[in-house]
Design a protein around this ligand. Sequence first.
Ligand code: ATP
Ligand code: MG
Length: 415
Amino acid sequence: MKYSQLFTKTSKTAPADEVAKNAQLLIRAGFVYKEMAGVYAYLPLGLRVLENIKQIVREEMNAINSSELIMTALQRKEVWEKTTRWSDDVVDVWFKTRLKDDTELGLGWSHEEPIVEMLKQYIHSYRDLPVSLYQFQTKMRNELRAKSGIMRGREFVMKDMYSFHATKEDLDNYYQSVIDAYNRVFERLGLGEDTVVTFASGGAFTKFSHEFQTICEAGEDVVYINHDKSVAINEEVVDEAVAELGINREDLQPVKTAEVGNIFNFGTQKTDEMDLYYSDSDGNQQSLYIGSYGIGITRLMGVIAEKMSDDKGLVWPDAVAPFRVSLIRIGESEAVVEKADTMYQRLTDQGITVIYDDRAERPGAKFADAELMGIPHRVTISERLLDGDRYEYTHRASGQTDILTAEELLDRLSQ
Ligand code: ATP
Ligand code: MG
């Protein structure tokens, strides 16, 4: 893509009411637009990051045989009344609305009840099981506080997945394969080292649910971990869990974290509440075992922005960067333009994503924009290095600069 095509402009300042670092940087760099507190639009650069994160999640969910769908954002009251969760006393984040004829509707904050209801139409016998389905959905939640930028939205993208099984063993095995898949996701996003699986509250069947918590100063949670991070416990269940697991409280240190994922083993609780059954090979009616698994897609983008940034701006890891390379042309002579155009074509032909700064701007402004946007690799073409096969390469994260031949450059960028 050519920079001149970008409609967004970088800015030295963020809106005065925006206190979160992730949103300040993302707004200044032209990745997101703030509509109101907790509600953000994803602009072309931001959308590319979001899609990269989604694609990694998609590949890992497909690899554990889950199928993608999209459910509805408008939801029926009757479905949620089958459990206790239509009530605003039970769920305090509902946005509700009405049809012209006054029928009450909900705007989806979760899709657990609706998917159980939907599957009544499709699951009848043990031959129909197991089933695993997932979606990327914009969830609506009337959050009390929205001060963490895109890490806590009133409208945000979640990947939610639901699995349905004939037996407890089958669900337990699948649940473990989801933990493994989630770990691969966080690894690929560059968060593997800093993300722990914690014991958290909310488990219906097993006593605890599991959360994936990423160590992050801007996070809203506190997790107690031991030094090698092999045990991690959420603050609200720490006493209970310490007793249950027989660990010394003194061996656990509190750290600030952001919840990036949460998985639940519901056992047969939801099934029983909502009358979803299957018939076994003898024709007897049996309860279904259900798991529910979420990942905060937009929150992850915020966490990466928080953790991978410096005084110059964002520092995206290659896997999620909107473009891997920023190709900066300095000078307007025919020779410079031709050399830069040719390199743009070569990189693009190799499947490397490039933003080509073709503007007639000062070099300093071009460098500053590429740094603010966090493009991982920079290639500069200028009059100075025109003679011979030489390109200036700079690595955003380390700041290291090398003069490379075209061959060496392509080699480095295809790693
Ligand atoms: P929190 O405790 O942070 O409010 P939650 O436990 O209510 O989150 P879940 O219902 O478990 O959230 O949702 C699954 C995932 O969606 C969370 O692990 C988190 O990553 C993400 N998420 C939840 N609420 C928000 C939000 N308001 N904005 C952005 N992401 C969110
Ligand atoms: Mg949660």
